[in-house]
Design a protein around this ligand. Structure first.
Ligand code: DX5
Ligand code: ZN
Length: 220
């Protein structure tokens, strides 16, 4: 919290016919993480990519892969992404009864473990997890699609999570995902966000590398 602001472009908004070129562009342009949105058509009403893509991406970039699992039944599927080379795997609290066990499984494979909550989920569900995980991913839109508007209650929810972390003497990365652009980035960074996910604001920009710099620097 309150360290250097990092950026994770989300490939959900990249050109899937030129995915390699888009990932190389942002990798060479200073991306700290590459955010990989996995959707199963059940947990969220959209279907995206899977472990084969993670494996292929791993071969073309040295930037760590931040895999965001928006899926039901993560107990079964987490290992697929760990084996494919994910550097961090984030599961949703809404999708499991035992997030702590999944954090342990992710750690056992040597990856960073993240927990995420949807905008309508009470932040208190993170109590008891913030001292076990490496990152907390706060959804600032309803998961499922890129290009949505930032939900304005997010900054206050980040403050709630920061308080939970302080109470637990924990210091996970606070990641924020959805509707992040040069205007909204300062709102979350001011509350303690460390890692900003941006899909459309990066890949739909005329110059994705300049867009990343703008988002990262917008609060300075
Ligand atoms: C939404 C995904 C996001 C998405 C963000 O469910 O988790 O990572 O790519 O896209 P933008 O930045 O366009 O809101
Ligand atoms: Zn995401």
């Amino acid at each position: 919290m309150f360290g250097k602001t990092c950026i994770a472009p989300s490939i959900l908004s990249a050109d899937f016919m030129n995915l390699g070129a888009d990932v190389r562009l942002v990798s060479e342009g200073g991306a700290d993480w590459i955010h990989v949105d996995v959707m199963d058509g059940h947990f969220v009403p959209n279907l995206t990519i899977g472990p084969a893509h993670v494996k292929a991406l791993k071969k073309i970039t040295d930037v760590p892969l931040d895999v965001h699992l928006m899926i039901d039944n993560p107990e079964v599927q987490v290992s697929w992404y760990l084996e494919a080379g994910a550097d961090s795997v984030t599961i949703h609290c809404e999708a499991t009864d035992d997030a702590a066990a999944l954090i342990d499984a992710i750690h056992a494979a040597g990856a960073k473990a993240g927990v995420s909550i949807n905008p309508e989920t009470d932040t208190s569900v993170l109590a008891g997890l913030v001292d076990k995980c490496d990152l907390v991913l706060m959804m600032s839109v309803h998961p499922g699609f890129g290009g949505q508007s930032f939900i304005e209650s997010t900054p206050e929810r980040i403050t709630q999570v920061v308080e939970l972390c302080k109470a637990a003497d924990a210091n996970p990365i606070i990641e924020v995902d959805g509707g992040i652009n040069a205007k909204t980035a300062p709102l979350v960074v001011a509350r303690g966000a460390d890692l900003l996910v941006a899909g459309s604001a990066v890949f739909k920009a005329a110059d994705p590398v300049a867009a990343m710099a703008q988002i990262r620097g917008a609060h300075e």
